[in-house]
Design a protein. Structure first.
Ligand code: SF4
Lengths: 75, 376
């Protein structure tokens, strides 16, 4: 139940709803808990609601750090 | 899938595992509790324990909302569902949770009760709108992640004038449960640090965990749900323990901020207030650990609307869920595990949800244990 998935915003609809794509599968979800959402943003989806935006810059930093951790030890 | 696959990369995982092996001190043990069912699931599914040195042990905490719901609340839901005019809507995980005398929502449904599985509170609203003659009750459970969607459903019901919609509220709070575990640190487990919840933290932020880090001198690292997220958090915790630090750190920076989702927090604060006490399976009565609807929304509160009395019922006496949820026992130490109790015939709530410690061990862990014994 806690499992939540990343989804891409495809279309913003009236009544704080949006169409999102989860790995190519379209879904209608509520975006009432987020403001200033744009098409192309990624959000974390949970029980039909977008909970938070995924920050692409921070995501990139985390991956870079993960790569670096291993590189240090395995070098 | 973007933001998923890259955090499951095996090569990166081996790198982080090597860093953990290098940084962990062989002269001591590390007991790290992952609070959240999502982490328990990731640890079991990807076999992360196999990547950790023997002195780093993961303790599965009580962060699976289905697992901490006491029998009495299931019995109350069954009472609701037995009323001829009630349509009870719930998340799928709840259907097989055992109530008293082997009853469950699934059995009640088979016997004719109007119980419907929904994916979202919005689906329950659609049912209430389409069937005005039914009293539609949403069986709300979950931690801070699931509470804002319930709050919004009440606001929408008010706006759409849906007088036939109400909520049976069982929402609980993460910090209270962590506090309880820290307070009973004496009964067998010593936890050196916590992997903090992922999606709960998207809502509440990292700030509420500061209290534990300070008052109980325990490090907390908020982590995402992918295997690499969990591995990195473990490394961060080990480094904190080694340095004698107890800080709140954030591994899940791509989704979690210090103060969380303020819109969601405001929605929840508007609709709900603290209950003085609430029973948790395995942890007992915890003060200020759950929410109920404010008086202004009493009409949407199923407990008041249907004059439900609190029911306190006991677990199957052989079920060790309580000790497992406190981190004192492991699933395989329960004598019902895998014999009488399986996901098809769960005897306790930990076997029901895929995030429960027993179900996770059933699906993934037991083969690993077997392989380990064989090679030993
Ligand atoms: S195996 Fe079943 S009976 Fe034993 S603790 Fe887990 S859920 Fe309870």
């Amino acid at each position: 139940m806690c499992l939540a998935i990343p989804a891409e915003v495809i279309e913003l609809l009236p009544d704080q709803m949006a169409r999102v794509s989860v790995d190519g599968v379209g879904k209608l979800v509520s975006v009432a808990l987020l403001d200033e959402l744009a098409i192309g943003d990624y959000v974390v989806l949970h029980v039909g609601f977008a909970l938070t935006r995924i920050d692409p810059e921070e995501a990139r930093r985390t991956l870079a750090l993960l790569g670096q951790l291993g590189a240090e030890v395995l070098a | 899938m973007k933001y998923v696959d890259e955090y499951r990369d095996g090569k990166l995982a081996r790198g982080v595992a090597a860093a953990i092996a290098r940084d962990s001190d062989p002269a001591r043990n590390y007991a790290l509790m992952e609070f959240c069912g999502g982490h328990t699931h990731a640890i079991s599914r990807y076999g992360l324990e196999d990547l950790l040195p023997g002195n780093v042990r993961m303790v599965h905490g009580p962060g699976c909302p289905v697992c901490v719901l006491p029998v009495g609340r299931i019995d109350m839901a069954l009472q609701l569902a037995a009323k001829p005019n009630v349509t009870l809507c719930c998340y799928g995980d709840l259907m097989r949770v055992p109530g008293s005398r082997g009853n469950s929502l699934l059995r009640a449904k088979a016997a004719g009760a109007d119980i419907r599985m929904v994916y979202s509170t919005l689906d329950a609203l659609v049912i209430a709108e389409a069937e005005p003659s039914r009293d539609v009750v949403f069986f709300a459970i979950g931690f801070e992640t699931t509470t804002p969607p319930t709050a919004l459903s009440i606001r929408l019901a008010l706006k759409r004038d849906l007088g036939n919609f109400s909520v049976f509220c069982n929402h609980v709070l993460t910090p209270s449960a962590i506090e309880r575990i820290l307070a009973c640190d004496s009964d067998g487990v010593r936890i050196d640090g916590f992997v903090g919840p992922a999606h709960v933290s998207t809502v509440i932020g990292t700030a509420p965990f500061r209290r534990f880090a300070q008052d109980f001198a325990k490090p907390v690292v908020v982590a995402g749900f992918e295997p690499l997220d969990v591995m990195q958090a473990i490394l961060m915790l080990i480094r904190q323990v080694n340095d004698g630090r107890h800080e709140v750190e954030n591994q899940y920076i791509r989704a979690v901020t210090e103060h969380g989702n303020r819109i969601a927090q405001a929605e929840v604060a508007d609709i709900f207030e603290l209950r003085e006490n609430f029973e948790w399976r395995g942890l007992g009565q915890l003060p200020d650990s759950a929410l109920r609807l404010k008086d202004a929304y009493a009409g949407f509160d199923a407990e008041r609307r249907f004059a439900l009395d609190d029911i306190s019922a006991s677990d199957n006496p052989a079920c060790e869920c309580g000790a497992i949820l406190r981190g004192v026992k492991r699933p395989a130490e329960c004598r019902l595990f895998g014999t009488v109790c399986t996901p098809e015939t769960p005897m306790g709530s930990c076997m029901v949800s895929s995030e429960g410690a027993c179900a996770a061990h059933w699906s993934y862990g037991r083969f690993r244990d077997h392989a380990r014994r064989k090679t030993a």
